[in-house]
Design a protein around this ligand. Structure first.
Ligand SMILES: C[S@@+](CC[C@H](N)C(=O)[O-])C[C@H]1O[C@@H](n2cnc3c(N)ncnc32)[C@H](O)[C@@H]1O
Length: 194
């Protein structure tokens, strides 16, 4: 990872600690644990939530089947600028994931097969967690895949534990990966099917 990307990410964390929720971009090991789980052959539409500096985006673009639609929602303007420079072809919206139904409408997407998510769920209020999951369910197909991660320390926080319980309420199956130790901080991946 370029030192400049690392530095910019850390600066954004210092400006907006709860919005960014991490001191460094995800490692390629965490990216693989997220992206490899998706049934790419079945994907006609996919959304990335909170791409940051693009730690998962390159892998998503590499696996995307020909003709499949891919859009990303990132709330942070500095990350959006850097992302659009790095991936000029990316359909990127500087919007909150709360507005994902409106973004899908703009893009002519009814529902998608998969959502890959980098949001810091343990930093969100009860209200935001519920609103974001409700909005997600308006765009994720029945049987669709949702993959996200949690930092180990976040599992100790009430909001982190609440989010894990909430996944069980929303999804028909939820699996947790082994700990991905080669990430700063170490994380686990939640693999959920609607
Ligand atoms: C922990 S960082 C992860 C960044 C990147 N996915 C990675 O793994 O390196 C969380 C990202 O979610 C973005 N974010 C936070 N709240 C958001 C929201 N409501 N809508 C869209 N993006 C959001 C932040 O700006 C940040 O880029």
């Amino acid at each position: 990872m370029a030192w400049r990307e690392q530095r910019d990410f850390l600066l954004q964390f210092l400006f907006r600690p709860t919005g960014v929720g991490a001191i460094a971009p995800s490692s390629r090991h965490l990216a693989r644990a997220m992206v490899d789980w998706i049934d790419w052959a079945e994907v006609a539409g996919v959304i990335e939530y909170g791409p940051g500096t693009g730690a998962f985006t390159a892998d998503i673009l590499a696996r995307l089947p020909a003709g499949a639609k891919f859009v990303a929602l990132e709330i942070n303007p500095t990350f959006c600028e850097a992302l659009q420079r790095r991936f000029p072809e990316l359909r990127l919206h500087q919007r909150s994931v709360r507005e994902v139904p409106q973004v899908c409408q703009l893009e002519g997407i009814a529902q998608v097969d998969a959502v890959l998510c980098g949001l810091p769920w343990a930093a969100f209020s009860h209200r935001d967690q519920v609103d974001y999951l409700d909005a997600l369910f308006r765009v994720l197909k029945p049987g669709g895949q949702f993959v996200t991660f949690a930092y180990l320390q976040g599992l100790l926080l009430p909001a982190g534990r609440r989010f894990r319980r909430r996944l069980d309420e929303y999804f028909s199956t939820v699996e947790s990966s082994r700990t991905v130790w080669r990430n700063l901080p170490p994380a686990i991946v939640y693999r959920c099917r609607r």
